[in-house]
Design a protein. Structure first.
Length: 101
């Protein structure tokens, strides 16, 4: 905790790191503390692995979204062209008479 007037955290943290768990196990030196530190460290390792997997998944989803957006833009443009063609057939523009020569 920081001194008053210096800024920073004013309360005790509610979480700990895997290094803190290992340190606690080394200080306490009880069988239960060692077992718990091993469990905590394994949980951190699994969380890191999951986070790496999630990054890969997020990248794949972003690429898929980009590809789908590109396809949708092409389809939207084609649909707009078709609608314009239909409007042109339903409501033809009157042609200006040619000037006599």
């Amino acid at each position: 905790m920081s001194d008053t007037g210096r800024g920073g955290r004013r309360t005790l943290p509610c979480a700990f790191t895997e290094h803190g768990a290992v340190t606690a196990a080394n200080i306490l030196r009880s069988e239960k503390a060692i077992q718990m530190s091993v469990i905590v460290v394994r949980a951190f390792v699994k969380m890191r692995a999951m986070r790496a997997t999630q990054k890969d998944l997020a990248g794949k989803l972003a690429a898929l979204e980009k590809a789908l957006t590109r396809r949708l833009n092409i389809h939207e443009q084609a649909i707009c062209n078709i609608i314009q063609q239909i409007i042109g057939l339903l409501f033809p523009r009157p042609r200006k008479p040619h000037a006599p020569r």
